[in-house]
Design a protein around this ligand. Sequence first.
Ligand code: ZN
Length: 323
Amino acid sequence: MSGDEPDELLARLRAYEGRAAAVSCVGKDRVNLPMIRHWCEAMGDTNPAYEGPEAVAPATMLQAWTMGGLSGNETRTAAFDELSALLDEAGCISIVATDCEQEYLRPLRPGDEITFDTVIETVSERKTTKLGSGYFITTRTDMRVGSRLAGTHRFRMLKYAPHAPARAKRNTPRPRRPRPVVNRDNAGFWEGVDRHELLIQRCTGCGTLRHPWLPGCNSCGCLDWDTVRASGEGTVYSYVVMHHPPFPAFDPPYAVALVELAEGVRMVSNVVGVPYDKVRVGLPVRVEFRRYDDESTAGSEGAGGVQGDGVLLPVFRAAEGEA
Ligand code: ZN
């Protein structure tokens, strides 16, 4: 980093080294077998040392005994928030946890009451990373049982100014959408799309409809099938709004919906015709076929045909609230 300003900031940040971030905290629960059992089940750890009357807690549970839960720890000081605010003002508005280190000095047993203090141990010089440029902050929490140190937990995070998105670079051609993977099991679906038909597979053994396309019937195992043409009417059964991570060819935020067709099967697609924040569960939608990435028909919708480099995809237009 060049210039005097970052050095001046670093001096202000380093004034927080050694300051307490949390003082005289008490673990919300004493070390106990139910929490140990939940941990071991989540980790798939069947070591018998963690069971029975002589049980000890897994050493790596150390931090779990200090966690404040949703209601938090009331004994936090203002120091960490002040440090964080200084970095926000300097443009380091993003934060990511990078790593932790633990030392185990004595085993913890059911009944032990944990007390702990946290100190802001170090603030690094300004570093440039793949994510952006900023400062690594390391805190150290000392856990005690009575007056004896039981373990330490060093936690490191990067508080940084994110790089501008790569897409902002000029003259970068817009990435193309990923192409559907067409195989012999689903080729009929995409042939239907080329004709602007949304085809649903139907088991000729039991009549069950299915999507996505599969070689056999999940209900009866029959391998014979035909198709029915969907009406194209449906409703949003569920959805997510994608903000992050960015994918080439997509401009977040955008909604990805699980659409339930009138015939009962569901498919994943985009909802068009309404802003992403107007997509909702139950929203009526209707299929349309939209061509993407076709230079010769840029910006057109439902251009038809399969010529050119573009890809024709079924998407769902909101049947209300046209934008
Ligand atoms: Zn069947």
